[in-house]
Design a protein around this ligand. Structure first.
Ligand SMILES: [Zn+2]
Ligand SMILES: [Zn+2]
Length: 393
């Protein structure tokens, strides 16, 4: 769909008067971490006028001299056509992180002590759990409920991942599920692996994304005091948990060289954590099989599941997004998030864990799967023979 054809849609009534108060209060403290420049958050606070202004800006840039030059440059370097404005600040930050990490990796990081490596592994695991168990399965999909101590742990872990604010993460992911593989999908995999992986963070969002974002109900997220605290102190929390604590611990307690500690934990570990998350949007939408629904793009990808703590069983997840396991099969080794959630469920901090019945999953596999499910040959057999009409007569 071209930008010019994006129709204007009226704002939905959505929120109740009480949550309206909360929304307007939150609007003051939610920063535009997606760097959209014209001061808009793609949620219900975006008016029709804001949207028109955004679309005009989006179109004008494409026709401008700088726009045409940027498009040519990207096409020449990556061989891919991108027709949206580049967010140079994000390119510099993300590109810089990866360039410096790669350049220094072989020079310095190998000199780190084993303690620093183990610590980096722990921080990476915590960050991953904050993203998968918190932002994803709890706050986006409400696949289970969590008591306050667990929500605080998840929020702190999430802050170690160095990603956008929780509010932005949840909204983007809810749009992704509702409008997968369309212009409204923030990381639409039809725009190529690079775009789905990281390119989407470097480009201005498609207007459809802003428009459909207004239809997403975020009142449940805004009502959580833990999210409110996170939004209010987002930058400070990100700096503290992504950079300060991870680099200070090995230096202060284990006599690690501070520069090495910083390089290993703030650059290498951070870059790996980010890429493991991004693989769910790219590889797990492109490389794999579709045993649960062959009509959709997401796939099952074991490698992604291992590095992303169980989030690579993505064909299943898009069919049953409310399953707290985000997978049907596999064990804890390919779904570490489920291991931790089951553990927290044992002490009562996680509860109301949702999952579909085995029968429902089996029927879905049989009806929509691509025939690659491990049980498919059995599932396709008629377990109960059809009654013989002639005999019964
Ligand atoms: Zn997806
Ligand atoms: Zn999801």
């Amino acid at each position: 769909m071209t930008v010019a054809s994006v129709p204007r849609a009226p704002l939905t009534a959505g929120a109740t008067p009480k949550s309206d108060d909360k929304l307007s209060k939150m609007k003051e403290i939610i920063s535009d971490t997606n760097n959209n420049d014209i001061s808009m958050n793609d949620d219900k606070s975006v008016s029709d006028k804001d949207l028109d202004q955004y679309i005009n800006h989006y179109n004008e840039w494409k026709q401008s001299k700088a726009g045409k030059w940027s498009q040519e440059l990207v096409e020449r370097i990556l061989g891919t056509k991108f027709d949206a404005e580049i967010k140079w600040k994000n390119v510099a930050m993300i590109g810089g992180l990866h360039f410096i990490t790669a350049a220094l990796f072989f020079v310095y990081v190998w000199d780190s002590t084993i303690i620093t490596w183990v610590w980096g592994f722990i921080v990476g695991g915590c960050a991953g759990f904050g993203v998968t168990g918190g932002a994803h399965r709890l706050w986006t999909h409400r696949a289970y409920k969590a008591k306050l101590p667990l929500r605080i742990i998840l929020m702190c872990c999430y802050c170690m991942a160095g990603q956008n604010s929780l509010y932005d993460w949840v909204r983007d992911h809810r749009i992704h599920h509702k409008y997968s593989e369309t212009d409204a999908d923030p990381h639409n995999s039809n725009r190529g692996f690079f775009f789905a992986h990281v390119g989407w963070l470097m480009l201005r969002k498609h207007p459809e994304c802003i428009k459909k974002g207004r239809l997403i109900d975020m009142s449940d997220v805004l009502a959580d005091p833990v999210i409110q605290f996170h939004e209010k102190h987002f930058v400070a929390l990100k700096l503290l948990f992504t950079f300060v604590i991870p680099s200070m611990i090995p230096w202060y307690f284990f006599n690690e060289d501070f520069v090495l500690s910083f390089l290993a934990n703030c650059l290498l570990r951070n870059a790996l954590t980010l890429n493991f998350t991004w693989l769910v949007n790219s590889a797990a939408h492109i490389y794999g099989n579709r045993p649960y629904d062959k009509r959709i793009q997401p796939v099952e990808n074991k490698a992604v599941s291992i590095v992303a703590l169980g989030e690579g069983w993505h064909n299943y997840h898009h069919v049953f997004p409310w399953d707290y396991k985000a997978a049907e099969l596999g064990n804890y080794s390919t779904n570490l998030t489920t291991f931790w959630l089951d553990l927290f469920a044992k002490i009562g901090w996680a509860y109301d864990m949702k999952e579909p019945s085995k029968d429902l999953v089996r029927r879905v596999i049989h009806k929509y799967g691509d025939g690659t499910h491990i049980t498919t040959p059995i599932a396709q057999l008629k377990e109960v023979p059809e009654p013989d009409a002639t005999k019964s007569q």
